[in-house]
Design a protein around this ligand. Structure first.
Ligand code: SAH
Length: 215
C-alpha cells in the first residue's frame, strides 16, 4: 500500500515540529509541503518522515526533520534573502530554504551527491531558485557573497573563517560546532560589525571535511 504522504507530512509537522516548539509559520508550511519522500533513497522511502536522520549513501545522511526545521527557523528568513548552504546532501534542506528565501546557493563536497541533489530538486520542481555546486564549502562561495544567511549541515571544531567573512552585516549563520561526539548547534549573528553567538541545542552531525585551504 502506498502511504498517504501528505498525511505523513502533516503528522510529522504536528508531532515532531510544532509540539517541540517550532513556531515560524513559514518554516512549518515549508516542511508540510516539501515531499521529503522524493529526496530519500527508494529503499528508505517508507521511513521518509521518521523522527531521525536517514542514510543517503556515501556515508552521509539527510538530517532529522526537526533539525532541518530548527536550523531554518534560527535564520529568521522573510523571503528576501540570499542563503548559502554548506553540505547539500540529497538537497532536501535546500528545497526547504528555497521556499523561505529568495535564492539558495548550496555547495556539496561529493560530486555524485551534488548531481543527486540537482536531480531531486529538478524532479520535485524546487530547483528554480537554487544553485547547486560541487565543491568545498569550507571556502564558502565568494562569487555570490555576501550572504544574508548561511546554514552549515556538517560539524567542525570551528566555524570556517571564510564563511563568517562572507556573511552579510546584518546576517545569521547556523552550524553544528564540536567534534565526533557531542556538538552544539551554534547561531552566529553579525550586526553593526559585531559577531555574537549563542547555542540553540545539542546535536550530532556528520563531520565537515575538506578545508585544506581553510582560511
Ligand atoms: N543538507 C542535508 C544534510 C546533508 S549531510 C539535508 O538536506 O539533510 C552533510 C553533507 O555535507 C554531506 O553530504 C557531506 O558530503 C557534506 N560535506 C561535508 N564536508 C563538506 C564541505 N567541506 N563542503 C561541502 N559539503 C560538505
Amino acid at each position: 500500500m502506498i502511504p498517504n504522504w501528505a498525511e505523513e507530512r502533516r503528522s510529522m509537522v504536528a508531532t515532531q515540529l510544532a509540539r517541540r516548539g517550532i513556531s515560524d509559520r513559514r518554516v512549518l508550511r515549508a516542511l508540510a509541503e516539501i515531499p521529503r519522500e522524493q529526496f530519500v533513497p527508494l529503499d528508505l522511502r517508507i521511513q521518509a518522515y521518521a523522527d531521525e536522520p536517514l542514510a543517503i549513501g556515501f556515508g552521509q545522511t539527510i538530517s532529522q526533520p526537526y533539525m532541518t526545521a530548527l536550523m531554518a527557523e534560527q535564520l529568521c528568513l522573510d523571503g528576501s534573502e540570499t542563503v548559502l548552504e554548506v553540505g547539500t546532501g540529497c538537497g532536501y534542506a535546500a528545497a526547504v530554504l528555497a521556499m523561505l528565501a529568495a535564492r539558495v546557493v548550496t555547495i556539496e563536497l561529493i560530486p555524485a551527491l551534488a548531481d543527486l541533489a540537482r536531480e531531486n530538486l529538478r524532479r520535485t520542481g524546487r530547483g528554480g531558485n537554487v544553485l547547486a555546486i560541487a565543491g568545498d564549502g569550507c571556502l564558502g562561495y565568494e562569487d555570490l557573497a555576501p550572504y544574508d544567511a548561511i546554514s552549515v549541515a556538517a560539524a567542525a571544531p570551528e566555524i570556517p573563517a571564510a564563511l563568517v567573512r562572507q556573511l552579510r552585516d546584518p546576517g545569521s549563520l547556523v552550524m553544528p560546532v564540536g567534534g565526533d561526539g557531542d556538538q552544539e548547534l551554534r547561531v552566529v549573528t553579525k550586526l553593526d560589525g559585531h559577531i555574537g553567538s549563542c547555542v540553540a541545542t545539542h546535536c550530532r552531525f556528520v563531520p565537515l571535511r575538506g578545508g585544506k585551504e581553510r582560511r
